[in-house]
Design a protein around this ligand. Structure first.
Ligand SMILES: [Zn+2]
Length: 444
């Protein structure tokens, strides 16, 4: 039965050869002093927890009772989820961040981003995501908002909700779609501030602009974002909605006066899209910044069949989309801008969504964890180290996500031969741990 399933040693061999997993693990550090279980072992434990798609810390805790997994992650004994939490709360984020960058640069070098290019270009998207929310548990980095709720009698009342939100930048044109970086929104700042910080940081850490086209949602239709994108040398496709009122209205007014520039019909599964496109250059971006921009509008009628009392009946829905773009008309006709605009929207369904649904992302890991290592503050008092738990867990998740997808989509021959899903591969790797290692002793 040799070669029928994936084994942890073969996965690990691929990780070490191609991505220096063990060398990166050795760089990991945390705030504990002289710990028995190293930060490298904690990192490898959680990394494998995500690779195996374990649903919780408790589940990882029970897997760690297998001596084979202990040996695999370089721990001399089993340890529990309290050790994981205590280590991760004070985890050093820098080695995790540089590992994520290194993984992505190696993926690029290995041509992982060559498939799916759009007119030869590499495409990334920026999106915000809420990571967790709570009415009771809070930490000093929580964002806050007032939420209206209803009591049992249906009376409305307000309560403060605490939550965490981040902005992530993800490659999206290729089959492997790793995140390049993540930036946390700090209390009292807007999502756009965090996004600008992230975009500025990208070329610094990657040493190049790394991708060519950036897709953004309508929140980012603003001058500082457009200027930064152009300064770095990216092209942009930005959703245009009514929040950018002047540009939106002048585009709608202009297009209403003339027939579409093109019409087409597109068949996707059982759906038919009738698409009309308008395309113009030279509309002023804002009153304060009248730099001319190109706007593309798509009016789409979606025809579907649905069954009413057993009878198939046609019904249609209308959709309107507008995008601002810096891409030139000649190389990127309106149909391609539309395709790019929609791929950002799809990203909401298979970027973060995939992580929250299939990677146990929203588990409130370590949020508001009070049991943390202590350090001496400037005033000489002992105080808990800043809580890095959520940020550390998220980075380890993004590293595991990038490497697992690359293994499944690019490396594994078994996946192609047996048409395995990524979840099935995770289950095969996990099963290896409980089977235990093959005996290394010679048979008597
Ligand atoms: Zn918090």
């Amino acid at each position: 039965m040799k070669g029928r399933t994936h084994s942890l040693p073969s996965f690990s061999n691929w990780l070490n050869k191609g991505f220096d997993l063990r060398a990166h693990a050795a760089q990991m550090a945390d705030s504990r002093i002289g710990p028995e279980i190293s930060a490298a072992s904690v990192f490898l434990a959680l990394f494998h927890g995500f690779v195996f798609r374990l649903p919780s810390f408790q589940q990882l805790d029970s897997e760690l009772s297998h001596s084979y997994l202990q040996q695999w992650i370089g721990a001399e004994r089993s340890f529990h989820d309290d050790t994981l939490r205590y280590s991760l709360c004070g985890f050093d984020l820098a080695p995790l961040e540089s590992m994520l960058v290194d993984v992505n640069r190696r993926l690029k070098r290995d041509k992982a981003f060559d498939d799916g290019r759009v007119q030869g270009r590499l495409v990334a998207a920026l999106d915000g995501i809420e990571l967790l929310s709570s009415f009771s548990r809070r930490c000093d980095r929580c964002l806050e908002r007032r939420v209206t709720l209803k009591d049992q009698a249906g009376r409305k009342y307000e309560e403060t909700q605490y939550y965490h939100r981040a902005v992530g930048c993800q490659m999206i044109h290729s089959s492997v779609k790793p995140f390049l970086a993540i930036e946390w929104i700090q209390p009292a700042e807007g999502e756009d501030t965090a996004a600008l910080r992230l975009l500025r940081r990208l070329p610094d850490v990657y040493g190049s602009r790394f991708f060519d086209i950036l897709l953004l949602d309508s929140l980012y239709a603003q001058t500082p974002v457009l200027e930064l994108v152009q300064e770095i040398g990216w092209d942009a496709v930005i959703s245009l909605k009514q929040n950018a009122r002047d540009l939106y209205q002048s585009a709608v007014r202009l297009f209403a006066q003339r027939p579409p520039d093109s019409r087409s019909t597109e068949q996707v599964d059982h759906k038919t899209y009738r698409v009309q496109l308008w395309d113009t250059e030279g509309l002023p971006f804002t009153i304060d910044n009248p730099e001319p921009v190109r706007v593309v509008r798509s009016e789409e009628v979606l025809d579907r069949q649905r069954y009413r009392q057993g009878e198939p009946t046609e019904y249609s829905t209308d959709h309107e989309w507008l995008w601002i773009t810096t891409l030139p008309q000649q190389a990127f006709p309106a149909a391609i801008v539309r395709q790019l605009g929609h791929s950002r929207w799809k990203n909401e369904n298979n970027g973060w969504m995939d992580l929250t649904k299939h990677w146990a992302f929203k588990h409130g890991f370590l949020h508001a964890c009070r049991h943390r290592p202590k350090q001496t503050a400037a005033n000489g008092e002992r105080e808990p180290v800043p809580n890095h738990g959520l940020a550390a867990v998220t980075l380890i998740l993004l590293i595991a996500f990038a490497l697992s997808s690359a293994f499944v989509l690019r490396h594994s021959k078994l996946v192609r031969r047996d048409h395995l899903t990524a979840i099935a591969v995770a289950a095969q790797l996990r099963a290896w741990v409980s089977k235990g290692p093959p005996s290394i002793r010679a048979p008597s």
